[in-house]
Design a protein around this ligand. Structure first.
Ligand code: FAD
Length: 475
């Protein structure tokens, strides 16, 4: 089958990869001139990379890890010590760690929590543990049902101390969805906690060894093109053209720089665009269908990714850090964590600014000024006194609509990959899959879409070709 896919983010690329594996011919159409969507990265005039987002991979990403193995690039992940490191705002420049011992889950997680005495008292840990019992005992059905509460509401219902939220979960909720615990759905944090506590290496983190565009997306493109597929840049989907029965007749691609628009046709069509542009492109007859109406409940959340290059080394920590600052979320010194960005003499901090709603409209200068103030708390030894670290250059990347904002009630709005339109499918981290809006979720969604297309093709054509069996999905 010839399949047109709009969007060359991880979902679109994963979908194309698994379609070529099943013997189909995907053509990926990307609006921009760069691969990766929310993992896209660019090189500046000095050859330094800057990215849409600071990205970490987790042990609990089975579909991503399988994909990397299938591409033969699993050694590009640089696994870090199994720990979570939080800044201590009450003691600027110091850290508190949750160290996971080399023991089976959930014992390693329980010991990591019990051993940390800087952030929570014994009483708070016990109250938190008791509050988690229903999620552990009743499993995923309970976790899904909790989508009606925010994390703050859920903690209150479980009689958990407010301080646990302030000490640990503001940082976690900003890291997971760029919003605070009073906004984020309880389902999101419970899903992450379940993964982290139930899998031995679930919470262990890795950094890619270079830019995601070059080191992750390009090998997927090479794999696709070597097997007869295609990836085209500067090819924005402008309109979804319909047949009389409301199935897709073609994709109208906007011609750029004075070129004519072009109609492309295929046997099946996939939107691997984020939900916000998809909503704008829905044909009128589809807008009346409940399946597509649900999408109105999903909207991307703003976030800002910062890169600051300094004249010296600020830290030797080779890991992700939870800043616990109200302005910032997680950050890392990429000159330590990422082989491709390595510098033994100078730091490059990559920091996520979230929640970004009040900052997205501000100038880069104002954002950097506020960030530099925060660095006085994170690295007081380098940003106070006479010999202060000098900022050499910076890049600010704003994403006004990033992953869907996971407030209570959103689970019911997430669509399946298969739609009521027989030749139209959805892929993307926002579509329904058991992972959150993440790289893992995007890769899994693409795989599920490829499977749905392959299955439908099989039922129509009842093939005897064994390569058209759906690929297995890691849970
Ligand atoms: C700051 C930040 C930090 C993050 N950190 C992490 C992390 O640490 N770990 C993690 O797992 N995840 C993280 N994520 C989330 C992760 O990046 C996303 O979940 C994932 O990359 C989404 O992939 P996707 O393919 O679903 O969507 P996208 O990456 O958004 O891809 C959609 C593609 O569609 C294209 N497109 C849009 N409109 C059109 C059109 N009209 N025609 C053709 N193409 C179009 C876009 O240009 C884009 O390339 C982070 C995201 C951000 C922004």
């Amino acid at each position: 089958m010839r399949v047109l896919i709009a969007g060359a983010g991880l979902a679109g690329l994963s979908c194309a990869k698994y379609l070529v594996d099943a013997g189909h011919t995907p053509i990926v159409l990307e609006r921009e001139n760069v691969l990766g969507g929310k993992v896209a990265a660019w090189q500046d005039d000095d050859g330094d990379w800057y990215e849409t987002g600071l990205h970490v991979f987790f042990g609990a990403y089975p579909n991503m890890l399988t994909l990397l193995e299938e591409l033969g690039i699993e050694d590009r992940l640089q696994w870090k010590e199994h720990t979570m490191i939080f800044n201590r705002p009450e003691k600027p420049g110091t850290y508190s760690r949750f160290d996971f011992p080399n023991l089976p889950a959930p014992l390693n997680g329980i010991i990591a929590i019990l051993r940390n005495n800087d952030m929570l008292t014994w009483w708070e840990k016990i109250r938190f543990g008791i509050g988690l019992i229903p999620a552990i005992v009743r499993g995923q059905n309970y976790v899904e049902a909790m989508d009606r509460y925010s994390w703050s509401e859920w903690m209150e219902r479980q009689n958990m101390p407010k301080r646990v939220e302030q000490e640990v979960f503001i940082a976690m909720s900003k890291a997971l969805n760029f919003i605070n615990p009073n906004e984020i759905s309880a389902t999101i944090l419970l899903t992450a906690l379940n993964r982290f506590l139930q899998e031995k290496y679930g919470s262990q983190m890795a950094f890619l060894d270079g830019s995601p565009t070059e080191r992750l997306c390009q090998p997927i493109v090479d794999y696709i093109t070597e097997r007869g597929g295609e990836v085209r840049f500067n090819s924005p989907l402008k309109e979804i053209l319909l047949n009389d029965d409301n199935t897709v007749a073609g994709f109208l691609i906007r011609g750029l720089n004075g070129a004519e628009d072009e109609v492309l046709t295929a046997d099946a069509y996939v939107s691997a665009m984020p939900v916000d542009p998809l909503k704008l492109l829905l044909p009128q007859p589809w807008k009346e269908m409940p399946f597509f109406q649900k999408l109105e409940g999903l909207e991307g959340v703003p976030v800002i990714n910062l890169h600051l290059w300094f004249d010296r080394k600020l830290t030797d920590i080779d890991h992700l850090l939870f800043s616990r600052s109200s302005l910032l979320s997680v950050y890392a010194d990429m000159s330590n964590t990422c082989r491709g960005y390595e510098n033994r003499d100078r730091s490059m901090l990559e920091l996520v600014l979230a929640p970004a709603k009040d900052w997205i409209g501000k100038s880069d200068e104002a954002i950097i000024e506020a960030t530099m103030k925060e660095l006085e708390n994170l690295f007081p030894q380098h940003f106070t006194g006479d010999n202060r670290a000098q900022l050499l250059k910076y890049h600010v990347v704003k994403t006004p609509r990033s992953v869907y904002k996971a407030t209570p009630g959103r689970q019911a709005c997430r669509p399946s990959q298969q739609t009521p339109i027989s030749n139209f499918y959805l892929a993307g981290d926002y579509t329904m899959q058991q992972y959150l809006a993440s790289m893992e979720g995007a890769v899994l969604s693409g795989k599920l879409t490829a499977n749905a297309i392959t299955e439908q093709d099989s039922t129509i054509n009842s093939p005897d070709e064994s390569e058209k069996t759906p690929v297995s999905v890691a849970k």
